[in-house]
Design a protein around this ligand. Structure first.
Ligand SMILES: *[C@@H]1O[C@H](CO)[C@@H](O)[C@H](O)[C@H]1NC(C)=O
Ligand SMILES: *[C@@H]1O[C@H](CO)[C@@H](O)[C@H](O)[C@H]1NC(C)=O
Ligand SMILES: *[C@@H]1O[C@H](CO)[C@@H](O)[C@H](O)[C@H]1NC(C)=O
Ligand SMILES: *[C@@H]1O[C@H](CO)[C@@H](O)[C@H](O)[C@H]1NC(C)=O
Ligand SMILES: *[C@@H]1O[C@H](CO)[C@@H](O)[C@H](O)[C@H]1NC(C)=O
Ligand SMILES: *[C@@H]1O[C@H](CO)[C@@H](O)[C@H](O)[C@H]1NC(C)=O
Ligand SMILES: *[C@@H]1O[C@H](CO)[C@@H](O)[C@H](O)[C@H]1NC(C)=O
Length: 558
């Protein structure tokens, strides 16, 4: 479904919903001592669970320091969208009726595209650290701010890994939603700049809708293809299913390369211990994790985590981004107050003019300080749990970087880093920020990787297609011009100038090509090419050609 269709449907939903909106008197919603922030997530996902704990921790920390909001309380209201666009939309409307100054979320990029229009109209900033679609541009969606690195950088990192390992082609497996699809488009562009390409794009239904049969169908196709390098851009439910099916098809064996986007590191960080069959199916993969520099604040937060979460979920970097995002809002609100602003809302003239339609839209009001608050958010300069937090002129967080992780027998090990500043390195990127960037290939490094099947030699990333079926070469068993090509009398060995040239060429191939010579002809007269070609054209099997020669027939073969 196109974005436009989604939009139209949701605008229709809005109209219907507004008919039933419970209209609050404006004064009741206006509680001057509370700063309302909304959060829209699917709280049964890993990142939903982590975000919930982290946002509440930030709320507590902010409220325990009266110097931040001058005696006012920050309140983060949670709305569970439960994977539903409809519920995300209703949640946003509810928040916008109750004088909410900012909304954290939505979790998915699909909803971010839609809610951004609402945010633009009502001047309520949307801050998301999970909707990282490269297609969500600040020009089109001014009130939408990404508070974690945009997926564009993850795709550059993957393209640089592919190029570093010297693979020419990859297969992309992805969920067909805005974020993952736009990520793959970005990856394609980035690979093209490095003379690599995506040879096949396997599309799965949006997470979590993909079924085993969908995955099986796509992986079976991929098995027959040449490339053995698979980039898996999806979310965790679909991602784990893909690995499980791949394992069952023998695609987690020697020769394969799997690069999974950040969803896999999120699973590794937040699910401990992994189920043994899960651990088994992901072994040998590479994945990325947003990099956050080590700091005392981060270590302190990590040590608080068990208590904050009651051990219900492991911390991952998105928890750190969630915590920092709440602080970003609190600081921007504090600045708004310092600038003499207040939290007030007014009627949207455009909505009021619609009242003739029996819709009472005046409950949705414009946040007067919204533009200023947005400006304050974008001009954030703080040191958070994720390190220095600032946006560049394109409104990207500065210093996007990732940890590169290899899943191994005992869990995982980090094999290096990628940063927008220095590319691939085995030292933390922040140690390189003071130096001039050096992207020459001799300056790009990663530690050794243990690939699927326990392989330690870098897979060549390519096999002869069709599951390694061999190249079959019919050789005329000639009686004249035998120097060019002939079959050694009484054997099935072939020789001659043509054979020598062929063998020399095969040796030059960068990958192994299995082949077999099949002599054709009875050895007493030159074989008829016409007969051979018509046999091949008629689809006569090789066994029949072989037996027609009489040469390789067991009973004649000495
Ligand atoms: C989420 O939706 C599913 C059905 O789509 C329902 O079974 C489940 O109870 C819902 N969960 C919550 C927390 O509302
Ligand atoms: C952890 O337990 C405390 C006390 O029992 C409770 O207040 C808190 O909500 C729990 N947190 C989570 C994330 O379950
Ligand atoms: C809030 O600010 C607006 C102008 O920005 C002003 O008209 C209004 O009186 C202020 N309200 C309060 C309660 O200070
Ligand atoms: C519409 O809502 C506003 C407050 O939000 C209220 O004052 C007004 O009476 C409502 N109008 C109708 C026709 O219900
Ligand atoms: C990433 O690197 C490019 C080229 O070096 C630079 O132009 C861009 O500003 C950087 N982006 C961020 C967000 O640091
Ligand atoms: C970049 O790094 C490589 C290898 O470490 C080095 O040989 C080269 O001189 C460096 N280039 C610059 C411009 O520093
Ligand atoms: C092989 O067979 C051909 C035809 O039967 C004969 O002319 C030739 O001399 C034989 N060559 C050898 C090396 O025996």
């Amino acid at each position: 479904m196109s974005l436009l269709m989604t939009m139209i449907n949701l605008v229709l939903l809005l109209s219907i919903f507004i008919l039933f909106v419970q209209v609050f008197p404006e004064e009741a919603a206006l509680r001057p001592n509370v700063v309302n922030v909304g959060a829209i997530f699917s709280f049964d996902t890993i990142n939903g669970k982590v975000a919930k704990v982290a946002m509440k921790a930030a709320e507590d920390d902010i409220n325990s320091d009266p110097s931040i909001l001058g005696g006012r309380k920050l309140f983060v209201a949670l709305h569970d969208s439960n994977y539903s666009s409809f519920l995300s939309f209703i949640g946003a409307l509810q928040f916008m009726e109750t004088d909410t100054v900012a909304i954290i979320g939505p979790q998915s990029s699909v909803m971010a595209h839609v809610l951004s229009h609402l945010a633009n109209e009502l001047h309520v900033p949307l801050l998301s650290f999970t909707a990282l679609d490269p297609g969500l541009s600040p020009l089109q969606y001014p009130f939408f701010v990404q508070t974690a690195p945009n997926d564009e950088f993850q795709m550059i990192a993957i393209a640089e890994m592919v190029s570093y390992f010297g693979w020419a082609e990859v297969i992309a497996v992805f969920s067909d939603d805005n974020q993952n699809r736009n990520g793959i488009i970005m990856l394609d562009d980035q690979l093209a700049e490095r003379r690599c390409r995506i040879s096949y794009k396997a599309t799965l239904p949006p997470d979590p809708m993909a079924k085993r049969s969908d995955v099986l169908r796509e992986l079976a196709k991929i098995q027959m293809m040449e490339s053995r390098v698979i980039v898996l851009n999806t979310f965790s439910k679909t991602g784990l299913l893909v690995f499980e099916v791949a394992k069952s098809l023998g695609m987690m064996e020697k020769g394969y390369v799997w690069i999974a986007s950040t969803w896999l590191s999120t699973v590794l960080d937040s699910t401990s211990p992994l189920k043994p069959e899960t651990a088994n199916s992901i072994r040998g993969a590479l994945t990325l994790r947003p990099h956050t520099p080590d700091s005392k604040r981060k270590r302190d937060f990590i040590s608080r985590w068990n208590q904050l979460s009651n051990g219900s979920i492991g911390l991952n970097p998105y928890g750190l981004f969630a915590y920092d995002t709440v602080w970003m809002i609190a600081r921007a609100v504090k600045l708004l107050f310092d600038q003499g602003g207040n939290i007030s809302f007014s009627n949207d003239e455009r909505l009021i003019s619609l009242t003739g339609m029996d819709l009472n839209l005046s409950a949705l009001s414009i946040f007067d300080g919204g533009k200023q608050l947005l400006k304050n958010v974008i001009e954030t300069k703080m040191t958070g749990l994720t390190g220095p937090v600032r946006f560049n002129q394109d409104r990207f967080l500065i210093n996007p970087s990732y940890d590169i992780i290899n899943t191994v027998e005992t869990g995982y090990r980090q094999v290096g880093y990628w940063s927008n500043h220095s590319g691939l390195s085995i030292v933390p990127p922040e140690t390189l920020y003071g130096k001039k960037p050096n992207r020459s290939s001799s300056n790009q490094h990663l530690d050794s990787v243990v690939w699927p099947g326990g392989e330690t030699i870098k897979p060549r990333g390519w096999v002869f297609p069709n599951n390694g079926r061999e190249l079959r070469i019919v050789v005329p068993n000639r009686v004249s011009y035998r120097d060019f090509v002939s079959v050694v009398n009484g054997t099935n060995k072939v020789q001659g100038y043509c054979i020598d040239v062929f063998l020399a060429a095969i040796k030059l191939m960068p990958y192994a090509v299995p082949y077999r010579f099949i002599p054709f002809g009875n050895g007493h007269e030159n074989p008829s090419y016409y007969e051979l070609v018509s046999k091949i054209a008629a689809g006569v099997s090789i066994q029949h050609i072989e037996s027609a020669t009489g040469f390789l027939n067991n009973k004649n073969d000495k």
